[in-house]
Design a binder for this molecule. Structure first.
Ligand code: ZN
Ligand code: ZN
Length: 316
């Protein structure tokens, strides 16, 4: 059962399964498109809910439960709701990150005790390091591993019931995470993970994909409707990346990185200078090879053919 008050984030991806049987109304309720427990639905509210779901899934907004929509609903996906109840206004809002860390240095820790029997601590640390450095490249913030007792983000693995969570893992859940200020990421140790960069399904689920996505939630971000984004809710075969919108959201919350591209910029200018230099040399070399009389070496000459001869006029 979800505990939305605690902002628990579920990643409910079924390992090695592409589809599953889904109750479509339950789906719309589970991910926030329809109020829970509403059995009497008007066709208008259902159509509106479907349109919103389709928008977040990158589908054509038909407002109908067409085949493409059904297939998308059946895809493995993260269990975090796409639309959340706004507890302050008591209204609906589309999930936008509103929880963030205030320090410029965000710490994370990898627990060694009581964790995975499948994932080595080294792999977990390597994966977290990779995700942390890629997220922190996008904004003016550092995400660093720390041995302090209570780092901002704490990743650990467990099976079924796991401390300090009151939510059991089921067979469909890869991981779940908490928004700031909780910042916990829990990996389901019943799932077989492999060390690949993307959502490849060769030999298991990509640990990096799961960790990078969950770290996004631990930094305060909700789902993106862009299927290229690391924060896209559905687990579709794709090579996700950090999109310009991911960068924009990071900058909105953690500030623009100071001179992030300066070294690259310097390098680019250096390269441009070299090219200009090479261009000038080539021009001079061509001048040496030019056997035309000086009179013909003019810019924009007027060339006239007269009685089988070419006459060149210089415009001064
Ligand atoms: Zn998610
Ligand atoms: Zn947990």
């Amino acid at each position: 059962m979800f505990h939305y008050d605690l902002l628990v984030v579920f990643l409910t991806i079924i390992p090695f399964l592409d589809t599953r049987n889904v109750d479509h109304t339950e789906f719309l309720q589970k991910y926030g498109y329809l109020p829970r427990g509403s059995n009497q639905l008007s066709s208008t509210s259902l159509s509106e809910a479907l349109k919103n779901m389709q928008r977040m899934a990158g589908l054509e907004e038909t407002g109908e439960l067409d085949e493409r929509t059904k297939r998308m609903m059946e895809r493995p996906r993260c269990g975090h709701p796409d639309v959340q109840e706004d507890r302050h206004s008591r209204g609906k809002r589309y999930a936008q990150p509103q929880f963030k860390w205030t320090d410029k240095v965000i710490t994370y820790g990898c627990k060694s005790a009581g964790t995975s029997t499948r994932i080595s601590l080294d792999d977990l640390r390597r994966t977290m390091h990779q995700a942390a450095s890629q997220w922190s490249e996008l904004a003016d913030v550092e995400i660093l591993e720390s041995s302090v007792e209570k780092p901002n983000i704490q990743i650990s693995a467990g099976r079924s019931s796991h401390y300090p969570c009151n939510v059991r893992f089921d067979s469909q859940t890869l991981a779940h995470a908490f928004f700031p200020p909780h910042g916990q990421i829990h990996i389901n140790d019943n799932v077989h993970f492999v060390m690949t960069n993307f959502t490849e399904r060769i030999g298991g689920n990509s640990l990096y994909s799961v960790v990078a996505h969950e770290m996004g939630h631990a930094l305060g971000f909700s789902h993106s409707p862009d299927s290229d984004s690391v924060m896209f809710a559905y687990d579709t075969p794709r090579e996700w990346k950090f999109t310009p919108m991911d960068k924009y959201r990071m900058e909105m919350y953690y500030g623009t990185k100071k001179n992030p591209t300066k070294p690259k910029e310097d390098e680019r200018k250096k390269e441009e200078r070299k090219k200009e230099e090479r261009g000038r040399k080539t021009e001079k070399e061509h001048e040496k090879d030019d056997i035309r009389p000086n009179e013909c070496r003019v810019d924009n000459p007027i060339v006239v053919q007269y009685r089988g001869e070419y006459l060149v006029f210089k415009v001064s």
